[in-house]
Design a protein around this ligand. Sequence first.
Ligand code: IMP
Length: 429
Amino acid sequence: MPGLAIVGAQWGDEGKGKITDLLAERAEMIVRFQGGNNAGHTIVRGNEEFKLHLIPSGILHAGKHCVIGNGVVIDPAVLIGELDGLRRRNVAIGGLKVSANAHLIMPYHVLLDHAGEARLGKLEIGTTKRGIGPCYADKASRLGIRVQDLLDEKILRTKIMAAMEPKRQLLRPVAKDPKLDLHAMTEEYLTYGHRIESHIADTAHLCWDALDAGKQVLFEGAQGVLLDLDHGTYPFVTSSNPVAGAACVGAGVGPRDIDEVWGITKAYSTRVGAGPFPTELFDEVAEHLGTVGAEVGTTTGRARRCGWLDLVALRYAVRLNGMTGIAITKLDVLSGLDRLRVAVSYRGKEGARFAEFPYHQSVLHHATPEYHELEGWSEPIGEVRNLEDLPAAARSYLDFIADFVRVPLTLIGVGPARDEVIWLSGGAA
Ligand code: IMP
């Protein structure tokens, strides 16, 4: 800190919500910088569970400034739903600021996402069907509608018309969908504009003010770096950049504003949607991880694919993001497994050995992992708060990871609740 970026080090769902929630206590401002409501955080607070897709979980801390940055794509109906839900549960929402430059997910983006996946058939990406890809595509095509457009009826109508017309061709089978009526859509989005007007701001400026005043700012990424549009397992990726570098673009700050980068990884691996996953398992270990880890997507309710921790991929994530620390979540889920495995290299189809994450799609698709085997432990660890109190096998597991990727571990998650963590010296400020 003052500028700390938190990124998912795998394929998303690493438990960033809980870590951000913990770190938010020390931060002055929490900024989401990419993605949209394809993400989902479940935060447990006492007996209460909060599920958030767009609003940074820092909102649960009274008095914090929470920012949805320009790099995020916003479905305004989802945003308003979350605001209403928080208000009903007496959470103060005045601290939420939404970038006027963030792009809006429109009804035709959602329809295009569905149609695109249907057209791909067996080759589908397995998107969350929230319209994320088509929205970012419109942004790059300069046909996007931005939050600020909601405040001017004439501009809004003109921009929707220009953006929607080309979509009608692509959406011919659903072109008569009432959701694609220009007048109704403009009215609907104007109403959204009125609802969120008090939250709309020049958020980059807010970040600069906080950083210049030496306040702690947490940049919160969504998804994970292996879903990065440029560096992930393309084309089985999301349409934004979850890497730490994207915090600069998606929040409007410079590289020197980010002092630390924490990667969050589970103690094993999961993935939702299609695409390569070298350490994926289909046996009773996968069953154990899925059941004990409750591996069901927060956003889509899909069962997650499960496998061993992949250190080849983790080392790649470390370098790509310049990570200064790693938080490991869900270590408790491994309790009860006799032997543990971590991937330390891959073998390609022709037998070649890969010590580094291969850039070539066909190599990765056929890669089989080479494992290092470690002893497991049987005892539950949910009550442990100090590293020394973990079973020796669990400590060896953590040591092996830290040695392999050469980055200090900062925090270990041993259960879903807020206090079920072990802070390590690198993490405790
Ligand atoms: P999209 O982001 O909806 O376009 O989906 C593209 C890919 O990213 C699919 O494989 C999704 O399952 C995956 N994905 C998107 N958001 C998340 C997330 O928050 N966690 C895990 N996977 C995600």
